[in-house]
Design a protein around this ligand. Structure first.
Ligand SMILES: NC(=O)C1=CN([C@@H]2O[C@H](COP(=O)(O)OP(=O)(O)OC[C@H]3O[C@@H](n4cnc5c(N)ncnc54)[C@H](OP(=O)(O)O)[C@@H]3O)[C@@H](O)[C@H]2O)C=CC1
Ligand SMILES: O=C1O[C@H](COP(=O)(O)O)[C@@H](O)[C@H](O)[C@H]1O
Length: 500
């Protein structure tokens, strides 16, 4: 969030070094930072796991991941030899207290090698149930007393509900200071998400109309074409509301709805976001059916390929009541947003991989054009496309060339199309951790405020088994009830045209 500078010497321990997230995201991100010359002059990366790798095998595994998943497919090999010298593997059982001495030894050896005390970063990329135990054991190591340079990064999910998130916060805060704790929400690292701040606060253009007087409603869609991709065990404990709405989607809502920050200081931005979360209208359990819809995909066809239903996925209960789709209507009770609905939806196995935010402005108060001039007056619309491509599109009415006054909507589009050069979210976030900048990370109160918002929905859904699951087919836009949710207000979901 700040203008980046080369971080100081850093030693990064990745718990879950042999796991999927490190393979697909973290190692490619660190390698891209290295290629782009953002890594510190002195650094070490230590993957941790119980699997028996030697350093060479481990490096080879990571290289395979990089070749498959890095944004740079071609350039990646050229710098590998140099980069890989910084990577080692530490076999240990994170549940065994005695094994933590190995970490203390690595820190000591690296300090001697670097000739200085580096940032020591513990990245917890492990199953959520292991996190409290690892945090406790790291705390007991006493490496954390150096508060300015020791940091702990917590992957999502942060807790399973409000209670467990609060307990995890209490535990972490008993051992680390808030400024040492980096709670990941990878959406905040996306270029297109950060661009929302520049769009809103670096231009005077939008602010005067960015409120209930001019905005009719806001929509956020985060749709995926994939199913649960072998993560059925995790997803069975989660579902779409926990997996996407509690974190990523509420954070996008905060970016759209927050007041202008007076600086880019981490706490200033986070204060402004917490204000939004606290203003989101509490949904009573009696209202849940009116404002929230859940769905689960059945078996079917996806772009010509037969795909299993959610209940047939690996590690999923064949009678599962877990939702793979969620749609919710929120309101924000404050002066800026009173009575403006925010419709959000997310789901797996949907028709497109696409995340977008639509700001629908109100129609002109009065117009002199003949009614036949335009089919629709729904043109005043700003669409912020987060992915697959970053795009900002302003749609407005224009006269069609010809002798009659006929109008049609036209689009003014900003699309940087910078593909390979656009840093991935994890690159930005890892660089921020090394630099000690927590702006794009979740503060304790932010996480808990977000849990408070979704709890009544979760509790209601858990107490009332869904009727008729599965209720949507792969390659669709989710269950019919989601259409009804928005149609009741006279609107419809806006879908992005597929990217060619
Ligand atoms: N994968 C993804 O796409 C995403 C993952 N996440 C989050 O990231 C975290 C990791 O997920 P993912 O990588 O998919 O999980 P995996 O199951 O692939 O990896 C789990 C890792 O934990 C290690 N581990 C488990 N038990 C121990 C132990 N006792 N001691 C030491 N290491 C242990 C495993 O190593 P070993 O078996 O060698 O011991 C392995 O490296 C989770 O919190 C997940 O929610 C978040 C977003 C996306
Ligand atoms: O956090 C998660 O996000 C991914 C979607 O991330 P994206 O960057 O590809 O939009 C989702 O697939 C996963 O279930 C969830 O845990």
């Amino acid at each position: 969030m700040q203008n980046h500078k080369i971080p100081p010497a850093s030693l990064i321990f990745i718990f879950g070094g042999s796991g999927d997230l490190n393979y697909r995201k973290l190692s490619p991100a660190l390698y891209n930072l290295f290629i782009d010359e953002w890594m510190p002059e002195k650094f070490g990366i230590v993957g941790i796991g119980r699997s028996p790798y030697n350093d060479e095998d481990y490096r080879q595994r990571l290289l395979n991941g990089i070749r498959q998943f890095s944004r740079r497919k071609e350039d990646s090999y050229g710098h590998w030899d140099e980069f890989s010298k910084h990577v080692t593997y530490l076999q240990m059982d994170a549940e065994k207290e005695g094994d933590y001495q190995k970490i203390a030894e690595v820190v000591k050896a690296k300090e001697a090698e670097m000739g200085e005390h580096p940032n020591v970063i513990f990245y917890l990329s492990v199953a959520p149930q292991l996190m409290p135990d690892i945090a406790k054991k790291l705390g007991a190591l006493q490496l954390c007393s150096e508060t300015s340079t020791t940091r702990i990064v917590i992957e999502k999910p942060f807790g399973h509900d409000l209670k467990s998130a609060h307990e995890l916060n209490q535990l972490l805060m008993g051992m680390f200071k808030e400024e040492q704790i980096y709670r990941i929400d990878h959406y905040l690292g996306k270029e297109s998400v950060q661009n929302i701040l520049s769009l809103r606060f670096a231009n005077a253009l939008f602010e005067p109309i960015w409120n209930r007087h001019y905005i009719d409603y806001v929509q956020i869609t985060a749709s995926e074409t994939v199913g649960v991709e072998g993560r059925g065990g995790y997803y069975e404990q989660s579902g779409a509301l926990r997996d996407m709405v509690q974190n990523h989607i509420l954070q996008l809502m905060c970016m759209i709805a927050m007041e202008a920050p007076v600086s880019f200081d981490a706490n200033e931005i986070r204060n402004k976001k917490v204000d939004v979360l606290k203003a989101i209208r509490k949904i009573s359990k009696e209202e849940v059916n009116q404002v929230a819809v859940r769905g689960q995909y059945g078996e079917g066809w996806m772009k010509g390929e037969k795909v299993p239903g959610y209940k047939q996925e690996k590690s999923v209960n064949p009678n599962s009541a877990v939702e793979t789709f969620a749609a919710v209507k929120f309101y924000i009770d404050n002066w800026r947003w009173q009575d403006v609905p925010f419709y959000v939806r997310t789901g797996k196995r949907m028709n497109q991989k696409s995340t977008s935010i639509t700001i629908q402005f109100k129609t002109a108060p009065s117009y002199a054009f003949p009614p036949e001039a335009a089919e629709t007056w729904r043109a005043n619309r700003l669409t912020i496309s987060i992915q697959p491509e970053m795009e900002v599109k302003l749609r407005f009415q224009s006269k069609r060339a010809g002798q009659s006054m006929t109008l049609s909507p036209v689009d003014m589009i900003f699309n940087p199309k910078d593909g390979e050069n656009e840093p991935e979210a994890y690159e930005t976030l890892l660089l921020d951790v090394m630099e000690g900048n927590a702006t794009l990370f979740m503060r304790a109160d932010q996480v808990e405020a977000a849990w408070k918002i979704v709890m009544p929905i979760l509790e209601t859904w858990e107490s009332r088994p869904p009727a008729g699951f599965p209720n949507y087919t792969p390659d669709s836009w989710g269950p019919e009830d989601a259409e009804a949710l928005i149609a009741r207000d006279g609107h419809n979901w806006i879908t992005m045209p597929p990217v060619k």
